[in-house]
Write a protein that binds this ligand. Sequence first.
Ligand code: CMC
Length: 428
Amino acid sequence: MPENTITITDNRTGKSYELPVENGTIRALELRQIKTDENDFGLMTYDPGLTNTASCKSNVTVIDGDKGILRYRGYPIEQLAEKGSFLETAYLLMHGDLPQKKELSDWEYDITHHTFIHENVKKFMDGFRYDAHPMGVFVSTIAALSTFYTEAKDIHDSECRQHQIHRLIAKTPTLAAFAFRHMKGMKYAYPDNDLSYTGNFLNMMFKTTEVTYEPDPVLEKALDVLFILHADHEQNCSTSVMRSVGSSGVDPYSAMAAAAAALYGPLHGGANEMVLRMLREIGDVKNIPAYIERVKNREIRLMGFGHRVYKNFDPRAQLIKKVAFEVFDVVGRNPLIDIALELERIALEDDFFISHKLYPNVDFYSGIIYEAMKIPVEMYPVLFAIGRTPGWLAQWQESLVDPDLRIVRPRQIYLGEDKRDYVEVEKR
Ligand code: CMC
């Protein structure tokens, strides 16, 4: 019997089937040959939340949840965060290797020279209410970009794809900053091409009357590191959406708007906003034990804790915690850090959290940094989206050149009514 196979015996029929095992998986379609009789549709798997289903093959990012490892194209994120830059990381994710000097400067030039947005975009941004959540504005304007770049539909042309990739990485900070300025009722600040990617973002967010905005180098670096740490995370909810929507053949702006919408949810990228709201609600270290009790009674979840894949620690959270203190040295200590530290300490000693393998995730400390930088909570998922853009695009591009690509279309277990005849409303 070949080694890389598995034998399944169907106790309903007594028949045995030998299925090939490749990369620790069996092809789900192989199960369809397992039938009780000729009319049987064949065996399927039931996997809500896709917790044990590999939906694609990928070379982009790997996570080892037990060891707390996260690598982009093989490079540990700790090294990228310490020595690299966000744009270099974006290049790595897109192209598979770190850039040579000239490749990096060309890439930086291309991104920098696509940061402006069409003036009409400003007009419809103006149409949002003053209190519109910036993530809603962001999702909508990303989708709207597809109406400006109609050639983006040509998704199988690699040159065209590259062009849209430059545009999306370049314009996300502009859209994000404009959404923020709209919320604040402030005049939009245009991109400054002499600044770095994150320096320019800070410029578009905070520039007021100065002729040239000069970003604080520590804050610029901190934001760059945060973007690196958010850049990709294999088949998370929003990335799966990017691949799934992309599988229909739609342009990348529409697919990315869907991915960003998935990120908005409080269980995903919206968690950083919820963490901050939670810390404010706790308000004082003395209120933590009572709050923990409510979590243990399952009244609420501890936001910024837990992860589908990491079961010992989230390496991003550890790095972000370090960045937080670097930022505090410049802008002053955010008092919420004391609540966060104490919450983490108590939770990590508590049986409920230990037995459920619940640890701080990427969202636990990022919000505290953003708040210290005077960025309002509503912007936190938007900042996550800026960081995640290269990851979405790298995974989307990879899916398009994958010979296994098919439109994503799962099956279901139908448990509804059998056929029944329509009855006129008077007779029901
Ligand atoms: N607080 C309290 N209990 C929790 C939490 C939490 N944050 N997370 C999971 N649990 C418990 C849950 O009640 C369940 O307990 P039991 O088995 O006794 O019923 C068990 O742990 C497993 O939870 P699950 O919901 O089945 O786990 P999941 O893998 O489906 O969900 C998660 C992962 C991240 C959605 C979840 O941990 C969560 O809701 N965390 C809070 C929100 C959050 O911080 N999200 C950001 C995730 S990291 C960044 C990102 O991906 O965007």
